[in-house]
Each structure stands twice: as structure tokens, then as C-alpha cells.
Design a protein around this ligand. Structure first.
Ligand code: G3H
Ligand code: 13P
Ligand code: ZN
Length: 331
């Protein structure tokens, strides 16, 4: 058993309390490798932002869970080395069942998500409650989910999305004892969140404008669960400048549409206190690597092109913290 407390990590409890009352959201950035981790920590230290480091199933398969929690421990030391210790959470993203949640709790994670939202409602309650009972013994916080996002939710592939039903949230939270709740209000995973035919076109820029998030659902949930931490998944904005760079330098991304950042800013000011961003990091890195290699055809040192990717990532995360989440200067 490795306790997150021995690694210098924290759970989400205090962080979320401050974020809900302060009207901002904590960044939840996925990481799979050293460059992503360096960029996240550098950006969050420089903006004085708390951070949630997220580990998905894809990350565990790619990097090894043991290595990942030791990297998170290293992140705490790295933050101190950079001269400012920020609160860091190590969080399991989309835990599919009790066993994976238990294994992460036993291996240094300070927070887990149990994603049983594609199960029938009563089963979701049963599975989530079991995880909460185990996690709370070790002071690990738990995120549950109600409603299903479209697209692929890591291990949980969802053909059919449905919005969170506000009438279920009080019952779910009180029966399970979760510490935060992910809801479905129109976000989805990946870089193709909407079909072009669902969007309108900005007459000035020609850019596609996606349909608005369901702020009415968010408001109803907030009214029912006053002061309770709400989480948004699938919140990449899919910056078009990265899509353009990728396509200019040999890529072929089509119909890449994300959540407009002004809507995420609006959500962050409400009870939404954790915003998950993964795809934007992938786009920033890919754009930087493609550009670097196209402009430096003789380069073959990975530190050059991965260094360019890391710098671009850091820039993007700093901007997200300051302009979208409002998590800067909060620690
Ligand atoms: O929620 C999904 C995340 O973006 C993780 O995706 O399993 O490919 O790392 P991944
Ligand atoms: P994006 O694919 O929009 O970045 O969402 C990531 C996410 O929700 C991770 O859990
Ligand atoms: Zn997610």
C-alpha cells in the first residue's frame, strides 16, 4: 500500500471547496509522458494554480501505472525545485470498475473517478457507493458521473449520449457519498465534438460555431446541490490555430470542433470546479512537432522536437489557467 500522503500529494476536498466559493475551476490535465508532465507543472507553478494530474486507461497502458505515480511524486519535488509548491492531485480518469479504483487507491492516487454512468441508475449507485466506502477509508476523494457523454469515454464506449437528469442528482449524491459529480451538458471527448451540420457559421471568420452547452441543466443541478463540486469532462476547445498548423504541415484533421472557451469560462464561474482537458494538449504537441520537423528537416534529436512540443503545451496551459479556468493565483 502506497499512500498519496507519503508522496506529497493532496486529495480534491480543500481545492474544490475553494474553487466553488471562488468562482473558478481547477485544471484537470491528462498526462502520459515526461514532456506533458513538465509542461503542466511549469505552467501551474508559473501561474500559481493548483492542478489535477489525470491518468487514463490509455496512459496506464502506455506508460505503466507504477511509473506514473512515481512521476507524480517527482512532480511534487519538481514543483518545489521550481520555487513554488502547488497542490497536486493524482487522479484516476474514468475508472471503469471497483478493482481499478482500488488498485489506484492502493498505489498512491489521491482521487479516483468511478465511471459507472453507462450502467443502469441503480447499478451506478451500487458500484459508486462501493468505491466511495473503500476510498474514504484512506481519505481518497471520489468523482462519480451521471449522464453519458457522446464519444468514447476511455474504456467506456458510449453509442448513445444522454444529458444528466437534474431530478436524479440529490438522490445519487446522498446515496453514494461521492465528493464531486461529473455531469453531461453537451460536452464530449475528442477533437470532433460536433458535426458541421449541427453548427452555424460565423459570417466574419467563416469558422463553425457549435450549439451552446445546456446551461439550463447546469443551473438546475446547481440549485439542487448547492455548493457541491461539479465536473465537466470533454472540455477541450480544439483551438483552430493548432488544427490549421497540423493540416498545413502534412496532417489531415477534418471537422475538428470543440467547446468555445467563453462557455467554459462561464461554467468555471459556477459550481463547475474541475474541467478536464486532454485533446487540446494532444493538438498543441502535434502541431509543434509537425512544424518543427517540417522547418528543420535535418533534425533528429527528439529533445529538439519534443522540446518544441513541451514549450507550446506550457504556453497553452498557462493561457487556459488564466483566461479560461481562472485558476491562476489561487495557491
Ligand atoms: O477521457 C478520455 C481521455 O481523453 C483519455 O483518453 O485513454 O486515449 O488516454 P486515452
Ligand atoms: P477532451 O477530449 O475534450 O480533452 O476531454 C478529456 C477528458 O474528459 C478526460 O477525462
Ligand atoms: Zn473524460
Amino acid at each position: 500500500m502506497v499512500s498519496y500522503k507519503d508522496l506529497g500529494l493532496v486529495n480534491t476536498r480543500e481545492m474544490f471547496k475553494k474553487a466553488v466559493t471562488g468562482g473558478y475551476a481547477i485544471p484537470a490535465y491528462n498526462f502520459n509522458d515526461m514532456e506533458q508532465l513538465q509542461a503542466i507543472i511549469q505552467a501551474c507553478v508559473e501561474t500559481k494554480s493548483p492542478v489535477i494530474l489525470q491518468v487514463s486507461k490509455g496512459a496506464r497502458d502506455y506508460a505503466n501505472i507504477n511509473l506514473l505515480y512515481n512521476m507524480a511524486k517527482g512532480a511534487v519535488e519538481y514543483s518545489k525545485f521550481l520555487g513554488y509548491q502547488i497542490p497536486i492531485v493524482l487522479h484516476l480518469d474514468h475508472g471503469a470498475d471497483f478493482d481499478i479504483c482500488k488498485s489506484c487507491i492502493d498505489n498512491g492516487f489521491s482521487s479516483v473517478m468511478i465511471d459507472a454512468s453507462s450502467h443502469p441508475y441503480e447499478e451506478n449507485i451500487e458500484i459508486t457507493k462501493k468505491v466511495v466506502e473503500y476510498a474514504h477509508k484512506y481519505d481518497v476523494t471520489v468523482e462519480g458521473e451521471l449522464g453519458v457523454l457522446s464519444g468514447v469515454e476511455d474504456e467506456v464506449a458510449s453509442e448513445q449520449s444522454h444529458y444528466t437528469r437534474p431530478e436524479e442528482v440529490i438522490d445519487f449524491v446522498s446515496k453514494t457519498g461521492v465528493d464531486s459529480l461529473a455531469i453531461s451538458i453537451g460536452t464530449s471527448h475528442g477533437a470532433n465534438k460536433f458535426k458541421p451540420e449541427q453548427c452555424t457559421r460565423d459570417p466574419k471568420t467563416g469558422r463553425l460555431i457549435p450549439p451552446s452547452l445546456r446551461f439550463d441543466i447546469l443551473k438546475e443541478v446547481e440549485e439542487k446541490l448547492k455548493g457541491f463540486p461539479i465536473v465537466l469532462h470533454g472540455s477541450s476547445s480544439v483551438p483552430q490555430e493548432y488544427v490549421d498548423i497540423i493540416n498545413k504541415f502534412g496532417g489531415n484533421l477534418k471537422d475538428s470542433i470543440g467547446i468555445p472557451e467563453d462557455q467554459l469560462r462561464q461554467a468555471a464561474k459556477s459550481a463547475v470546479c474541475k474541467i478536464n482537458i486532454d485533446s487540446d494538449g494532444r493538438l498543441a504537441m502535434t502541431a509543434a512537432v509537425r512544424k518543427y520537423l517540417a522547418e528543420n528537416p535535418a533534425a533528429f534529436d527528439p529533445r529538439k522536437y519534443l522540446g518544441a512540443a513541451r514549450d507550446e503545451l506550457k504556453k497553452m496551459y498557462m493561457r487556459k489557467n488564466i483566461e479560461v479556468l481562472g485558476s491562476n493565483d489561487k495557491c
